[in-house]
Design a protein around this ligand. Structure first.
Ligand code: FES
Length: 109
């Protein structure tokens, strides 16, 4: 069984400061994180691995974790599409999976 892990350091962002616990929501579910860590790290620690759905309807998540592959795209209310691996958590964020709008059409072909 996979155990959730919490990243402590990022190659671009450096070590994550373990700030106070903050809460945000992902797909309507509350997630507890530490201020200063990335959305990707917080979601991974919460056991959430599917961050977006591809145009073919396939689950996608953290891959490169350095902002290059775009597989970790999420939608942050009021901020639009963001890369979870590079976006710091903020208390009260409302985050949803990114779903490719062409998904259903591409999947029908
Ligand atoms: S995991 Fe590759 S851009 Fe975020």
């Amino acid at each position: 069984m996979n155990q959730p892990i919490r990243l402590a350091e990022h190659p671009l962002l450096g070590p994550f400061e373990r700030g106070p616990e903050v809460e945000f929501s992902f797909e309507g579910t509350p997630v507890t994180a530490h201020a200063g860590e990335s959305l990707g790290a917080a979601l991974l620690a919460a056991g959430i691995r599917t961050l977006r759905v591809s145009r073919r309807g396939e689950p996608r998540g953290l891959y490169c974790a350095i902002g290059q592959c775009l597989e970790c795209r999420v939608v942050v209310e009021g901020a639009g599409m963001r890369r979870a691996c590079l976006t710091p958590v903020e208390a009260g964020m409302v985050v949803r999976r990114h779903r490719d709008p062409r998904g259903s059409r591409a999947h029908d072909r």
